[in-house]
Ligand binder design. Structure first.
Ligand SMILES: NC(=O)c1ccc[n+]([C@@H]2O[C@H](COP(=O)([O-])OP(=O)(O)OC[C@H]3O[C@@H](n4cnc5c(N)ncnc54)[C@H](O)[C@@H]3O)[C@@H](O)[C@H]2O)c1
Length: 370
């Protein structure tokens, strides 16, 4: 007998240009047949793109998809960043062709941001666009990667260099996925949450959880944080799907952060690097505007959840600076570096002069001598 479906805890309506879709947040919904019946609709085939470790964690979700009325095929891709390659996308296309997958069939992304990025890319390019539903399983994917329609794969010359803007039909957000997530991954996702606090909604910063405590005892806190972060992101992208206006505020901490992530040889998680990028942006803002207290406020928020606030990995200023110049979102001479002069606000500034950029690095990021 099928279980009754409790009402969703919250729904955020995402408006992205001409597309509108629901981000439904409900504990336990990924294991419910009713959730999937509604999501599958008239599709005859559902292709679930996931990695082996994630598939092993969510047998209930895979079972519920199989019982939702359509034929289910599972496309297992490598775990983590190794999924985001042209070769893996090519293998997905082959599997879809074998399954005679049509545009009215449905791609489901079950996994973290690497899976939603790859599956979004595959769905957007398969026959020029198949149906897509995201079922994010990491905090980072819940609050960021599954929302807003950016898809991407990596090329030998750089991360996320090939990609599309393609919105899913819905995002099925289920906070119970967090119970199995390692603390380091939780913290990585919290960096994007804290970012939303600084650029858009300061209330977020008063609700930060302690990731070292069991998630089960903090369910309400995570649910609310996910909702607030997604609302903040939805507000910024509503009229700027393609990153030319307000959406660029979401890049706070990312210009320096992504440079640091690359220079560290990806030994840092994305959120750890963004945390360092936010400390750097805060200090830069103080140096450029004379404001005070922003760096301390940023370090305090990051310390509370156990994110790094000073470099441990061997990354030099020169490496960071060179990589920042190559950032695809940086346009020389035009405001493209995001600053947050006050909690809940963001503004764009031109890339700083090299001497100021170095001073900020030396002040807050340079590893302390032992
Ligand atoms: N499209 C966007 O707007 C956007 C935004 C931010 C980040 N991203 C992309 O997201 C990617 C990073 O995503 P991520 O941090 O989720 O990494 P990920 O997808 O690699 O997942 C991290 C690890 O967590 C494991 N995992 C997933 N769910 C789990 C669960 N519930 N319990 C236990 N383990 C679980 C995975 O197996 C993996 O090993 C990057 O490639 C980044 O470029 C995209």
């Amino acid at each position: 007998m099928e279980e009754a479906v409790p009402p969703a805890s919250a729904t955020v309506v995402i408006r992205a240009g001409s597309a509108t879709y629901p981000f439904t947040l409900a504990s336990g919904q990924l294991g419910r047949i009713g959730t999937w019946r509604e999501a599958v609709g008239t599709a005859r085939t559902v292709a679930v793109i996931t990695s082996r470790p994630v598939a092993a964690l969510f047998p209930g979700a895979l079972r519920a998809i199989a019982e939702a009325g359509a034929r289910r095929v599972v496309l297992e891709v490598p775990d983590g960043e190794d999924a985001k390659t042209l070769q893996v996308a090519g293998r997905c296309y082959q599997a879809l062709a074998q399954a005679r997958f049509t545009r009215s069939d449905l791609v489901v992304a079950l996994g973290g941001g690497t899976v939603t990025d790859l599956a979004g890319f595959v769905a957007s390019t398969w026959k020029r666009g198949a149906r897509l539903v995201h079922a994010p399983t990491t905090l980072l994917a819940l609050v960021d990667a599954a929302v807003g329609g950016k898809t991407g794969i990596n090329l030998p010359s750089g991360k996320n260099l090939a990609g599309t803007f393609y919105q899913p039909e819905r995002v099925l957000a289920d906070d119970t996925v967090l119970t199995s997530l390692p603390v380091r991954e939780l913290r990585s996702g919290l960096a994007e949450v804290i970012k939303c606090g600084f650029i858009a909604d300061p209330a977020i910063l008063d609700r930060l959880p302690d990731p070292a405590r069991a998630q089960a005892r903090q369910t309400q806190r995570y649910l609310r944080l996910i909702e607030l972060s997604v609302r903040a992101k939805a507000h910024l992208l509503a009229d700027d799907v393609t990153d030319r206006g307000l959406r660029r505020h979401l890049n706070y901490g990312h210009t320096a952060g992504q440079a640091i992530e690359t220079a560290s040889g990806f030994t840092l998680r994305h959120g750890e690097a963004v945390a360092l990028g936010m400390v750097y942006a805060a200090r830069l803002c103080e140096l450029l505007t004379g404001a005070r207290g922003i760096t301390a406020d940023t370090q305090d928020a990051l310390n509370r959840v156990g994110l790094p606030t000073r470099l441990q990995a061997a990354v030099s200023f020169e490496q960071m600076w060179d990589l920042m110049q190559q950032d695809k979102k940086v346009s020389p001479g035009r405001p493209s570096f995001v600053l947050s002069p006050r909690r809940g606000t963001a503004t764009l500034a031109c890339m700083p002069q090299r001497e100021i950029a170095r001073a900020a690095f030396d002040d807050v990021l340079r590893p302390e001598r032992r």
